[in-house]
Unconditional design. Structure first.
Length: 290
DNA sequence: CAAGTGCCTTTATC
DNA sequence: AGATAAAGGCACT
């Protein structure tokens, strides 16, 4: 099955899957193999054609956010020459609409880890606690359910390479399993309230919360700030902050909670309601330069 | 090849 | 409030 993209729907599959927002896709030949919502499927792109197998068209459209009017979004976020450069270079990069549970655990695991290491952890977690499915000659694994992870021992999670994150994953899984905790329900409440709920979970700080909000809970205004974004802010957006603040940011290795808040608030105010898209373009651009 | 540095940070403690 | 340290271990140079 194929989707005709056309000029009104710019999309670049490689950018979307390689920009670091998702960790469980593998390229074999020209096809990308992955699992979303417990369904293994494969996709490939040839110019304006997006071809897929083993999945319905609507799922593909939804997962890759082909419903976003990317042209309009890019126009709205292009506020200066720096973001313009990123947008020109990586046009077609789309935020994905990931599963909130998988996204939450992925970013709890992602703290203070490199992307290859994150992929490794999530792969091991899925292989150990997920369900095995197959597509063509490959085995793929669904992401483990909250119940399954809540029942896993911390030492079993440690064995997947999670390190000190194992206890956060275990505790968070237990909380999510509790009656009354509605992770999916956070799609319906506003950004601030959803963020407040997320940061109350073990292992979830403002950065992890913003990633989950942006990549899985429909909050396109979320603006995650990690070390790369901090560098981008210092390099291109320093003039929007006081001299002392900039000096402090340059000197300190890590971001305090209030410093995070300042950078985050700037991003959302400056780029507007699609700030998350701006973040993703700037982030990917910064990483590709080094 | 070994050793050092960095990694899409959060939490605990003072 | 704000500063400080500690927390796996892998990947890259």
């Amino acid at each position: 099955m194929k989707i005709k993209l056309g000029l009104s729907t710019p999309f670049n599959l490689n950018f979307a899957l390689c920009c670091g927002q998702t960790f469980r896709w593998d390229k074999r030949g020209d096809w990308w193999y992955g699992v979303s919502a417990d369904k293994a499927f494969k996709v490939r792109q040839d110019g304006e054609e997006l071809e897929f197998e083993n999945v319905e068209r609507d799922i593909v459209r939804r997962y890759f956010r082909l419903d976003d009017d990317l042209r309009t979004i890019l126009v709205q976020i292009t506020k200066d020459k720096h973001i313009e450069r990123a947008v020109n270079e990586f046009s077609g990069l789309r935020i994905l609409r990931q599963d909130p549970w998988e996204c939450l655990i992925s970013y709890i695991c992602a703290t203070y880890k490199s992307i290859p290491a994150i992929k490794h952890m999530l792969h091991k977690l899925s292989r150990k606690f997920g369900l095995k499915t197959s597509l063509d000659e490959y085995n793929l694994y669904t992401f483990p359910t909250p119940k399954r992870l809540s029942e896993a021992g911390v030492s079993e999670l440690m064995a997947c390479g999670l390190g000190y994150r194992a206890k956060y994953v275990s505790k968070t899984a237990k909380i999510v399993c509790e009656n009354g905790f509605e992770l999916e329900g956070l799609k319906k409440v506003d950004y601030d309230e959803a963020k407040k709920t997320l940061v109350a979970l073990p292992g979830v700080g403002p950065k992890v919360a913003d990633c989950v909000l942006l990549f899985s809970l429909e909050k396109l205004e979320a603006f995650p700030v990690d070390v790369w974004m901090k560098r981008v802010m210092l390099r291109y957006y320093a003039k929007h902050f006081s001299r002392e603040f900039v000096k402090r940011l340059s000197d300190e290795e890590s971001l305090s909670n209030s410093d995070y808040g300042k950078l985050n608030a700037f991003g959302r105010g400056y780029f507007g309601k699609y700030a998350g898209y701006a973040q993703e373009y700037l982030y990917h651009c910064a990483r590709m330069q080094r």
